[in-house]
Write a protein that binds this ligand. Structure first.
Ligand SMILES: Cc1cc2nc3c(=O)[nH]c(=O)nc-3n(C[C@H](O)[C@H](O)[C@H](O)COP(=O)(O)O)c2cc1C
Length: 387
């Protein structure tokens, strides 16, 4: 196998994934919400910041290593939680987590994963974070967090930007549901993608049955009916800062709050004892028409940067984007779709290729802008584009 997989950047991986996956699965991974204005804005925003390189700086011994919550990591990126790596590849969460572990970066498992959290911990190793979607039944959520603790997860990521399931019409049009069920609508789509049918769906059917949310309580799993992908019946619109305080009492390790766009909310998270906020608009998949996280990042860093860590995600497709995020004050960047594309193309090898693309691009960019140490990145390396 070509170790580069014929992919020279993330756009190549996306195109390979598009060819391999049924349209319904690809669109679930790739698309946004509503008019997809936030999705477009996330990418456009990066060009509002331009690099202003320092010349004649010795960068020959640069390193990409960063420290997060007292632990050293090889690169300033982490894998974002996505409830769908297991649809991109058979037990894709394990493949993606292994690639992350080998690359020395954290992997975040989603509540809505298709592989149980204990199985991922047993088979992947590395730094594992667990993403929590609070359920209407708080006690059930707390039991899930206890399971993550028992399985050795080192941090939780509490996602707060999805109080109701986002209305993604394309999932309904495509007839894509979880648990996956054959319908007249999706059968043709799946038949036209025999590699996915044979390599992913058939393997589930031969082992555990139709892919479903394996972290859910047994009684819920048993009565789950097929819903459009991403439309879990387990979301809750009654979450408050009190819930965060309760989680803080329960969870002894790092606690991150994901989906923050306002400095005031970041400050409230700090007041509740959070260790980090993740500035994010869910990759343009929650509220359509929000500012790009990169644009609100400096305000959040200014408000709470001295009290907790600030991470960011949404739309980071290039190493250059990651370097801009760090220069604007983030300590690390989470990557969602890019590593899913890689996983869809070749499982662990594909995910590893996606991570390698970021490593090469970040490393090259540091040299090009004359930054000898990733920790030295700051506003001095970027200027606002002239409007
Ligand atoms: C297919 C897919 C599923 C996702 N599922 C979740 C999830 O279950 N929980 C969550 O907090 N974020 C979820 N996200 C959002 C990601 O964690 C992350 O915020 C986003 O993908 C970052 O943007 P990017 O894809 O442009 O890198 C999902 C994103 C995608 C693309």
């Amino acid at each position: 196998m070509d170790p580069l997989l014929g992919a020279y950047d993330v756009a190549d991986l996306r195109e390979l994934a598009r060819r391999r996956l049924p349209k319904g699965v690809f669109e679930f991974l790739d698309r946004g919400n509503g008019e997809e204005a936030a999705l477009v804005e996330n990418r456009a925003a990066f060009e509002r910041y331009k690099f202003i390189p320092h010349q004649l700086v010795d960068t020959s011994r640069r390193s990409l290593e960063v420290t997060l919550f007292g632990k050293r990591h090889k690169m300033p990126i982490a894998i974002a939680p996505t409830g769908s790596a297991g649809l991109a590849w058979y037990e894709g969460e394990i493949e993606l987590a292994r690639a992350a572990a080998k690359a020395g970066i954290p992997f975040t498992l989603a509540t809505g994963s298709m592989t149980a959290l204990e199985k991922v911990a047993e088979q992947a190793g590395g730094t594992l974070w667990f993403q929590v979607y609070m359920w209407p039944d708080r006690a059930a959520s707390h039991r899930l967090v206890e399971r993550a603790k028992a399985a050795g997860y080192q941090a939780i990521v509490v996602t707060v930007d999805t109080p109701v399931p986002p209305g993604r019409e394309y999932n309904m049009r495509n007839g894509m549901t979880v648990p996956f069920r054959f319908t007249r609508k999706n059968v043709t789509d799946v038949m036209m993608h025999p590699r996915w049918l044979g390599g992913v769906l058939a393997r589930y059917l031969a082992t555990t049955g139709f892919p479903r949310y394996e972290n859910y309580p047994t009684e819920v799993k048993a009565r789950i009916t097929a819903l459009p992908m991403g439309r879990s019946m387990m979301t809750t619109d009654s979450l408050t800062w009190e819930d965060l305080r309760a989680l803080r009492k329960l969870w002894p390790h790092a606690l991150m709050v994901k989906g923050i766009l306002r400095p005031q909310d970041a400050a409230a998270a700090a007041d509740c004892g959070a260790d980090a906020v993740i500035v994010s608009n869910h990759g343009g998949r929650a509220v359509d028409s929000t500012p790009a996280p990169i644009d609100v990042l400096p305000g959040v860093v200014e408000a709470v940067g001295s009290r907790l860590s600030v991470l960011v995600d949404s739309g980071f497709r290039r190493g250059a984007d990651v370097v801009k995020g760090l220069a604007l004050g983030a300590q690390a960047v989470l990557i969602g779709r890019a590593t899913l594309y890689g996983t869809a193309v070749a499982g662990e090898a594909g995910a590893a290729r996606a991570i390698e693309i970021y490593r090469d691009e970040i490393d090259r960019m540091l040299a090009l802008i004359g930054c000898p140490d990733i920790g030295a990145l700051g506003p001095d390396y970027v200027v606002p584009a002239r409007g």
